[in-house]
Write a new protein. Structure first.
Length: 85
């Protein structure tokens, strides 16, 4: 799926780039604007890294980024899960 951003940049986004923004905002971990920027930035960066995963530029950060994504998803899930107490 091709998407166009205000700068005129065109990119191929196999996944919906705005998916997940509401989940991060709903978590309440960050204010709404910060949550939106973080979710979108992570999504776009992750897509570029995935598309160019064999590029040596990304080699040093692939594993740490996976760990970060895992921790981020766990924190968002915990924040979006109602507590029983």
């Amino acid at each position: 799926m091709a998407g166009e951003v205000p700068s005129g940049m065109r990119a191929e986004w196999p996944h919906r780039p705005f998916a997940g923004i509401a989940d991060v905002q709903r978590s309440g971990v960050f204010d709404a604007d910060t949550a939106a920027a973080l979710a979108l930035g992570m999504k776009l960066f992750g897509e570029v890294m995935l598309q160019h995963r064999k590029d040596p530029l990304f080699e040093p950060i692939v594993e740490p980024y996976r760990g970060f994504i895992g921790a981020f998803k766990a924190r968002m899930k915990a924040a979006n899960t109602p507590s029983d107490g």
